[in-house]
Write a protein that binds this ligand. Structure first.
Ligand SMILES: [Zn+2]
Length: 262
């Protein structure tokens, strides 16, 4: 018995060593190969079964909502009905499995579920295969009246579905700035909503800075630049160019500034 256990430990160690060496030489390939497994485990660990939640199923989406926030579930459903197909059509993409959208009515609960700092503003998120949306009643700038109209105009649904599609197509092999740029561009394209408009870009960050240090840069400028780079690529080379870049990364290849500005 003990002998068998030692053999198993030895095999696991050899596998880890082989993977570590493979990662050094082919980081993109290893990442795209094992990412679906990592995501399945990570996604399952992020959310507990939510008691006191109801669910609505529409097409390939499952919306889970606190039972006293059924109206918010319908706001999300309206966003999905009006915009999800347009996101999928842009990328010529259809999800292979159901997409789970969890609504939170408390910002701290949502931050805790996502393991992010309580100082960060969060209205929507995509993490490990799942989408979370904060009830607009809990948004810091929520108006007292016409919350539905407010949600419709600035819904995070398009942004988060785009993250999900980009993640699936690239198998997680995508820099943060690029997925944020594409998600922000899709909001602009589909909803006519550009929350980065008017943000000044004083000294532009390089692609390398955006790739290596996105989270440490000035958040507003980093998002603005990411949006502008993606918009510029679409304006110059067309929609299909974005799709081809994502396919390219989905095969474990790295993108560089040359590819972005051919
Ligand atoms: Zn985002």
């Amino acid at each position: 018995m003990r002998y068998k256990k030692n053999i198993l430990v030895l095999i696991a160690m050899i596998l880890c060593a082989v993977l570590a060496v493979a990662f050094c030489f082919f980081p993109g390939k290893v990442k795209v190969t094992f990412y679906p497994l990592i995501k399945a485990v990570g996604g399952a660990m992020v959310y507990d079964e939510n008691e006191g939640y109801g669910s609505i199923r529409w097409n390939n989406f499952i919306i889970e909502y606190p039972k006293d926030k059924r109206d918010v579930a319908y706001m999300v459903l309206d966003s999905l009905k009006s915009d999800s197909r347009r996101v999928y059509d842009f990328f010529s993409y259809r999800p292979s499995k159901p997409v789970e959208i969890v609504i939170y009515d408390n910002a701290d609960d949502m931050r805790d579920a996502l393991h992010i700092s309580r100082n960060r503003t969060v209205e929507g998120a995509y993490y490990m295969g799942k989408i979370t949306i904060l009830s607009p009643y809990a948004w810091p700038d929520a108006p007292k009246t016409d919350i539905e109209g407010y949600f419709r105009a600035s819904s995070p649904v398009v942004h988060e579905i785009t993250h999900m599609v980009v993640d699936e197509m690239t198998r997680g092999n995508v820099p943060v700035w690029l997925t944020e740029g594409i998600a922000t561009y899709m909001e602009y394209r589909i909803m006519g909503y550009d929350w980065t408009a008017g943000i000044a870009v004083k000294e532009p960050y390089s692609i390398e800075q955006l790739t290596k240090n996105f989270d440490k840069l000035d958040e507003y400028q980093a998002y603005r630049q990411s949006f502008l780079i993606v918009k510029d690529m679409v304006d110059r080379y067309g929609d299909k160019y974005i799709v081809s870049i994502l396919d390219f990364m989905g095969h474990g290849k790295e993108i560089g500034a040359k590819l972005l500005y051919k």
